[in-house]
Write a protein that binds this ligand. Structure first.
Ligand SMILES: *Cc1c(COP(=O)(O)O)cnc(C)c1O
Length: 481
């Protein structure tokens, strides 16, 4: 069905070019660039053409603030359909009581979740003092008291350098300004989450919310254990599955590793391992459903109709047997990549992976993350630098490289290809050295590769990529570099 989309896409680019040729050119070039690089960024993927096409329609032109059947604008019946279908697929796919598919991104989904929890859980002396009759005559002092009551709450999330996310209470994110935060880390010897230490912190700190989820932790979590701890301190368990939603959808993470049966609230992106459009959603138990549905007007304005439509298409795809095969391959490929790197002397945080991502510890090569990242990029391998626990090089240069298997698995890479990728990465990292600064010391930023290495690796990467084309058969009329 998608084989013959070349004329359609070429026409589309012509239409765009008739208004702004530079945008048409950049769009065509982006496809060429993505086709020509080994994409190992753990948070990225390739959505299907049906998902991408669904985003380019007039559903974008409609305002639909509110919820299905309860909108603040007239004429929303088609947006109602699209939103209901997306929510129906989300509920069925994840076995959730409730799904809210309006958030525009993962961060938006997290803000919706946080405010749903605050609105549902915070007992506000100021609010309970007010009757329906007096609620409209709040004085300045009442407003100040309300802000304090909602903003002095406590949240516990995974430390950023252990793999947590900015939105889990980091001080430069709004979550760190909304909440008092205490983080939990990983065991210094194993690199794994230490549930006993986490429980001890929870008992002492008494958080309203425990957030579980990560962007750079290469292991699965035990959500049953986390719920037990949350119950013990009367906290709400909020799971941010932005990164690993695809593995939950594809039934790779089941039982204690499936957050949905254990958490009160789950938030996610749709564009990472789930392979949908850029966006977010929130799942919840029945008790939190009404509070979640107040995402608009609490945090969000009008939903993106065209993106909710694309979420519906992506979630429908994720309910297929083919998606389960994909998710299993994502996990198996990450394992192959990890084994291949370990065998070639590359150190990994926690010694491996059991999800879709892994974290290289570059300290044994004497390189910073910044140097590793740029040496790999020069060789046609796209990754991102990342802190490792207790990083000696800080959050800017870092000492780690994060790798993920979702995107190349979407291109059809299997075990043989991922082992070749491990070989290419190990070749680059083991032969790269820090540049020398003007005063003779090692640079933290610049790296030096031996002559010809980047070109050789690029050529080998190109062979792998040509054997597994991205969007096979799609040819564009615009010339690219
Ligand atoms: C990516 C990510 C987000 C944010 O998603 P955006 O769509 O970029 O806003 C939130 N939480 C976690 C754990 C993530 O990995």
């Amino acid at each position: 069905m998608t084989e013959n989309l070349s004329p359609l896409y070429s026409q589309l680019l012509d239409v765009i070019a008739s208004v702004e040729p530079r945008v048409a050119q950049a769009t065509a070039q982006e496809l060429a660039d993505q086709r020509a690089s080994l994409k190992l960024i753990a948070s990225e993927n390739y959505a299907s053409l049906p998902v991408l096409l669904t985003m380019g329609t007039w559903l974008s032109d409609k305002y639909a603030e509110g919820t299905v059947g309860h909108r603040f604008y007239a004429g929303c019946r088609n947006i109602d359909t699209v939103e209901s279908v997306a929510a129906e697929h989300a509920r069925a796919l994840f076995g959730a009581d409730h799904a809210y598919v309006q958030p525009h991104s993962g961060i938006d989904a997290n803000l919706v979740a946080y405010w749903a929890i605050l609105n549902h859980r915070v007992e506000s002396p100021t609010l309970s003092r007010l009757s329906a009759a007096t609620v409209n005559d709040l004085g300045e002092a009442d407003w100040e008291a309300l802000r304090t009551e909602f903003n002095r709450q406590r949240v516990m999330g995974m430390a950023l350098d252990a793999g947590g996310h900015l939105t889990h209470g980091f001080r430069h994110n709004i979550s760190g300004k909304m909440f008092q935060q205490r983080s939990y880390g990983t065991d210094p010897t194993t690199g794994l989450v230490d549930y006993d230490a986490l429980r001890a912190t929870a008992l002492q700190f008494r958080p309203l919310i425990i957030v579980a989820g990560y962007s750079a932790y290469p292991r699965r979590l035990d959500f049953a254990r986390l719920r037990e701890i949350a119950d013990e301190v009367d906290a709400t368990l909020f799971v941010d599955m932005a990164h690993f939603a695809g593995l939950v959808a594809g039934k790779v993470m089941t039982g204690n590793e499936d957050p949905v049966p254990h958490a009160h609230i789950v938030a996610s992106t749709t564009h990472k391992s789930l392979r949908g459009p850029r966006g977010g959603f929130v799942l919840s138990t029945k008790e939190y459903a009404d509070a979640v549905d107040k995402g608009c007007p609490m945090v969000l304005g009008g939903p993106l109709g065209q993106v909710m439509a694309a979420k519906a298409v992506a979630l429908a795809e994720a309910r297929s047997a083919a998606f389960q095969t994909y998710a299993a391959a994502v996990a198996a490929n990450a394992q192959t990549l990890a084994d291949g790197l370990l065998r070639r002397g590359v150190r990994l945080v926690t010694g491996g992976t059991d999800n879709h991502l892994l974290l290289i510890d570059l300290t044994s090569f004497g390189l910073t993350g910044r140097q590793g990242e740029s040496a790999l990029l020069e060789s046609g391998i796209v990754t991102n630098r990342n802190s490792i626990p207790h990083d000696p090089n800080g959050a800017w240069y870092t000492s780690g490289i994060r790798l993920g298997s979702p995107a190349l698995t979407s291109r059809g890479f299997g075990a043989a290809e991922f082992d070749r990728v491990a070989d290419l990465i190990a070749q680059v990292l083991s032969q790269t050295s820090p540049a020398t600064t003007r005063d003779g010391g090692p640079s933290q930023a610049k790296a030096v590769l031996p002559d010809g290495l980047a070109a050789r690796v690029k050529a080998q990467a190109a062979e792998l990529l040509e054997a597994h084309p991205l969007y096979p058969g799609l040819e564009l009329s615009l010339p690219v570099a």
